[in-house]
Design a protein around this ligand. Structure first.
Ligand code: ARG
Length: 457
């Protein structure tokens, strides 16, 4: 089998080297993008007068026939097929003969591959975006139904202040909203067409690159051919996006793996979403959550691998860049598998309001008690200290804050009036936090309303 680049070579290549340098095992999934790019390139060549009408028609029909083989799963790879570009061109030649050799005029695999990856990634981004929106929708719906539930909010994994469960859940909505915005933002920058940059110096033929870019659905043609064939920023941005989204998912998993323990017990996974132990019959493990959390390590690895590959790489194309694709594919596959599972886990989550209520201890209202004194004119630092003293006193006589007698409070400060006990009401506490972004019912409902608007966009 003669190589597409075989002209200057006398000896056959070493099969081990061939195997080592080939990318067909993984880049064949670019087949559709590759055909699409080639059809647009054939049109551009015809536009520049480099193909006759008959040749244009023949090449495009041939490319479509190659695509049909991929589609039907009957494309047969040959031992010499180095990558998707050479495989498609080899097959095209088998179908239409010599004229196939005109397709690669003024083009290089260097501008071809990076065009293909952009076209491919654009489709996957649409899938991922929809999965992300689905997750946001689940969060918003569950938040709306469970607006009444109050549970402890934590700092340092220590009980801190009461919050609405819906407020906690909407925190993830906003992380995912930023993820969505970042995805839209990087998508815009991705809409640049490198095709027509050729190997590195630009194409010598009068290709209308603007029209070519538009035909492939890109916003613009790349501005610099050397940059265009070297640039993998869009993959780095995508992988950074994926890593950050996976970190958000891992934090959700962090919360829920704690909450589904016997110790917390605020929630339980649906049977369909948990797994058992092969030795301990009682176990119900949150495997999907743990794996989602574990995948964050993998996605950070994908980003790190690409950045390390790019660092210090001389312009322009170097074969190191072939390493971009497996990391990208891995990240896309990982997230396309993870997002729907997390959506299902979240939708199926069983909430245990009685356990949430049981965890609401009076100490969660210590700040509210300090705020009570503030409303009576005591500077906050002083009221903080007074409430601290009350807590110490309550611990000494082994009662909760609300059971500490009025005389004890009065002894600490005359600012403590008989109405201080009104503070010991968790609903009242959350309702105090009614400004934008707070955990009061109306503030959370307002978040949910805004979220709904963003979901409709
Ligand atoms: N398989 C190659 C890649 O993935 C395509 C470009 C090859 N170009 C080259 N000059 N060897 O990057």
């Amino acid at each position: 089998m003669s190589k597409l680049w075989g002209g200057r070579f006398e000896d056959k290549s070493d099969p081990a080297v061939e195997r080592f340098t080939a990318s067909i095992s993984f880049d064949q999934r670019l087949w559709q993008a590759d055909i699409r790019g080639s059809i647009a390139w054939a049109e551009a060549l015809a536009g520049a007068g480099l193909l006759s009408e008959a040749e244009r028609v023949q090449i495009i029909a041939g490319l479509q026939a190659v695509a049909d083989e991929w589609e039907a799963g009957i494309f047969v790879l040959q031992p010499g097929d180095e990558d998707i570009h050479t495989a498609n061109e080899r097959r095209l030649a088998e179908k239409i003969g010599e004229v196939a050799g005109k397709l690669h005029t003024g083009r290089s695999r260097n501008d071809q591959v990076v065009t293909d990856v952009r076209l491919w990634l654009r489709e996957e981004i649409a899938v991922l975006r929809a999965a992300l929106v689905m997750l946001q929708r689940v969060a918003t719906e569950r938040a709306a139904w469970s607006i009444d539930l109050i549970l402890p909010g934590y700092t340092h994994i220590q009980r801190a202040q009461p919050v609405r469960f819906a407020h906690w859940l909407m925190a993830y909505f906003w992380m995912w909203q930023r993820d969505r915005e970042r995805l839209d933002d990087l998508s815009r920058r991705m809409e640049v067409c490198p095709l027509g940059s050729s190997a590195l110096a630009g194409t010598p033929f009068a290709i209308d690159r603007q029209a070519l870019a538009a035909a492939l659905g890109f916003r613009a043609a790349s501005e610099n051919s050397m940059d265009a064939v070297s640039d993998r920023d869009f993959i780095a941005e995508f992988l950074a996006w994926a890593a950050l989204l996976s970190i958000h998912l891992s934090r959700l998993a962090g919360d829920l793996t704690l909450w589904t323990t016997a110790e917390f017990g605020f929630a339980g996974l649906a049977d369909a979403h948990a797994t058992g132990s092969s030795i301990m019959p009682q176990k119900k493990n949150p495997d999907p959550l743990e794996l989602a959390r574990g995948k964050a390590g993998r996605l950070i690895g994908d980003l790190t691998a690409l950045l390390t590959t790019l660092k210090g790489l001389p312009l322009t194309y170097n074969s190191d860049l072939q390493e971009d694709k497996e990391r990208l594919f891995d990240a896309v596959d990982t997230l396309e598998a993870t997002l729907p599972v997390i959506g299902a886990v979240l939708a199926g989550l069983r909430l245990h309001p009685e356990r949430m209520a049981a965890a609401l201890s009076d100490d969660l209202l210590a700040t509210d008690l300090a705020d009570y004194l503030v409303r009576r004119g005591i500077p906050f630092r002083q009221s903080h200290r007074l409430v601290g003293q009350a807590i110490r006193r309550a611990e000494a006589i082994q009662v909760s804050l609300r059971a500490l007698p009025p005389a004890e409070y009065q002894a600490l400060s005359p600012a403590f009036g008989p109405d201080l006990y009104e503070v010991f009401d968790f609903e009242r506490s959350v309702e105090q936090r009614a400004t934008i972004g707070g955990t009061a019912r109306d503030a959370v409902l307002e978040q949910i309303r805004r979220a709904g608007g963003l979901l409709e966009e």
